[in-house]
Design a binder for this molecule. Structure first.
Ligand code: OXD
Ligand code: MN
Length: 590
């Protein structure tokens, strides 16, 4: 036992009585204990040790082929009333859900070991951090939680001996039956239950389940925000660093933006970019009135395919040691890993993500699953911010929303004020691409990129955003929207993206500091085209003008779709947002 906290001890006793494991192991976080677990996982075949010279400390794992991604249709918010979960979440009455889950957990760990994982989301010692305890029957979970959180006995020190403010997480792999897979959240009880999955997003309960779904609810009650946002710092040649938070729907390049390499024009002047986080931000008003952010995580759970020396060299270097790879291809020639988009040399002698022999030089099948992952410690990242462990977090100058729009949204625009910025975030959307099944060009609304992650009624969530703005007053960060994905008539991306996105972030920071002018349009403030630095790029001023073009007809169409989307929320939609929509329509008509 690593704690005297009776709330923890009682709960763990209850979980032992329910799951009936043969053995209980408390995870203290020591290297000794972790090494023994690594050895055990390797000896049972759960994991494979990779080349110790090329990938020291790295392990490979394959999940069940039916268990490779988050399962939104099996994810539930079990608040006491359906209204509290809102129209965008699956809801079940907590009692009904327990009636389903209870029998499934009963004896589920018979003959197995239960690992009790104490962990802190956020730096130990920070007032912004929160503690969770996850019990699981999976060593893979323990080893991933070690990378993704501050795991071990210090988390119990952070919790203290009497507090009951910890998130309970119960995970059992059971028999991985997709029909019986449940990812359930009980926000009013501080509880998460996950069963029949071994895939990261469903079982590393500190991440999406706690740090977004439960934490968003806690944040609303406690006056702070848990957001699906990266945090990055831009250091100018004088050594001053300004921080930006940015929210994008899944698979829009958050990790790449968080770790971007400045283009030559900025590099030569001495600008640097620092990563604080790539997925989640917890934001709180500081004593100085400004908004401060921490990254509650301690590592990166990134998508491997497409990560390469051009798209994201920093991510690639981050994965060179002490990393867990999941569902990538295993190169047997040198016992390393490979994925589509890593390089042009797929291995000949390999094992694919399903565990079958695979010849990358001839096979038409993919070697790595499109959602294969690396779990890598933040400390490995060459551009990790020196404020990463700062218990105060970092002060935020700008909040950036973005989506994937072929024509509608311009490269960048600024909201008129905070409330308008909340409107801009609430209408965030992406168009489906040919890469996904289903119709192309269908608009999916994903407000603040939180659609799958908001743990309560999203109408109330918008209300909470508006309240935060009132609290922050003139100290509030400025809010922007970006779109890297405008296409020409042949469907090619016009903007180069990747590191060059910094050119847009620079205008954003200049706006925050009152150094750049803007043009007022119906949708917000836009840059003057000449204020986007295109030195060294293959595009000219006319192209920038095109990227900034606002097509009123398209926006009027969009306003109709926003109207429909808003209708879902009924009277839980703050009146202010309806006013913002009316304001947009009136401006478009002018
Ligand atoms: C993620 C996601 O895995 O947003 O970060 O889906
Ligand atoms: Mn994410």
């Amino acid at each position: 036992m690593l704690t005297n906290n009776k709330n923890v001890l009682t709960w763990v006793d209850q979980m032992v009585a329910l799951c009936k494991p043969a053995k209980v192991v408390w995870i203290d976080g020591s290297e000794e204990q972790l090494n023994a677990l690594r050895d055990e996982a390797v000896s049972t075949g759960e994991m494979e040790r990779l080349n110790p010279d090329k990938l020291p400390g790295c392990l490979l794992h394959r999940t069940d082929p039916t268990d490779v991604a988050r399962v939104e249709d099996r994810t539930f918010i079990c608040s006491r009333t359906k209204d509290n979960a809102g129209p965008t979440n699956n809801w079940k009455d907590p009692k009904e859900m327990w009636a389903i889950l209870g029998p499934m957990y009963d004896g589920v760990m018979a003959g197995k070991t239960m690992y009790v994982i104490p962990y802190s989301m956020g730096p130990i010692g920070s007032k912004m951090s929160k503690v969770g305890v996850e019990v699981t029957d999976s060593i893979y979970v323990v080893l991933n939680m070690d990378i993704m959180t501050r795991m071990g006995k210090d988390a119990f020190v952070q919790l203290g001996d009497t507090s009951n403010d910890f998130v309970r997480g119960l995970h059992a792999k059971a028999d991985l039956d997709p029909e019986k897979r449940y990812i359930c959240h009980f926000p009013e009880e501080n509880w998460i239950c996950s069963i029949n999955s071994g895939y990261g997003g469903n079982v590393l309960l500190g991440k999406k389940c706690f740090a977004l779904r439960i934490a968003s609810y806690q944040g609303k009650n406690e006056g702070w925000m848990a957001e699906h946002m990266l945090i990055l710092g831009i250091e100018n040649p004088q050594g001053e660093v300004k921080y930006i938070c940015a929210a994008f729907p899944s698979a829009c390049g958050k990790t790449n933006l968080a770790m971007l390499i400045p283009p030559e024009v900025y590099k030569k002047q001495g600008y640097k970019v620092w990563t604080v986080g790539d997925d989640i931000a917890w934001l709180r008003q500081g004593d100085d009135g400004r908004l401060w952010a921490i990254n509650p995580e301690n590592g990166f759970f990134g998508v491997a395919p497409g990560t390469n020396l051009k798209s994201n060299p920093n991510a690639l270097h981050t994965t060179e040691r002490d990393t867990i790879f999941t569902n990538v291809a295993h190169n047997l020639d040198d016992n390393t890993v490979w994925w589509e988009g890593l390089d042009k040399n797929p291995p000949k002698h390999a094992v694919d993500w399903k565990g079958n022999p695979w010849d990358g030089t001839t096979s038409t099948e993919k070697g790595a699953h499109p959602n294969s992952r690396f779990t890598a410690p933040a400390r490995n990242c060459p551009c990790i911010s020196k404020e990463f462990n700062n218990p105060q977090g970092v002060p935020i100058s700008a909040i950036v929303f973005g989506g994937r729009r072929a024509k509608t949204a311009p490269l960048v625009y600024q909201a008129f004020d905070w409330a308008h910025g909340v409107f801009v975030g609430s209408i965030m959307a992406s168009e489906t691409t040919a890469a996904a099944a289903g119709a192309v060009g269908v608009v999916r609304r994903d407000p603040m990129a939180m659609l799958p992650f908001c743990g309560y009624n999203m109408g109330d969530y918008f209300g909470h955003w508006l309240e935060m703005g009132e609290k922050l007053g003139d100290k509030a960060p400025k809010i922007f929207n970006v779109n890297w994905f405008r296409t020409d008539d042949e469907g090619h991306f016009i903007w180069p993206g990747f590191g060059d996105n910094m050119r847009v972030l620079m205008w954003i920071l200049d706006r925050c500091e009152g150094k750049a002018d803007a043009v007022e349009t119906a949708i917000g403030y836009e840059p003057k085209p000449e204020d986007i630095n295109i030195e060294g790029l293959d595009i000219d001023l006319d192209t920038v003008k095109g990227l900034l073009n606002v097509d009123a007809a398209l926006w009027k169409e969009d306003a109709k779709s926003i109207e429909e989307f808003y209708a879902k929320f009924g009277d839980r939609l703050p009146a202010k947002l309806r006013e913002e929509l009316d304001g947009l329509k009136a401006r478009l008509d002018k």
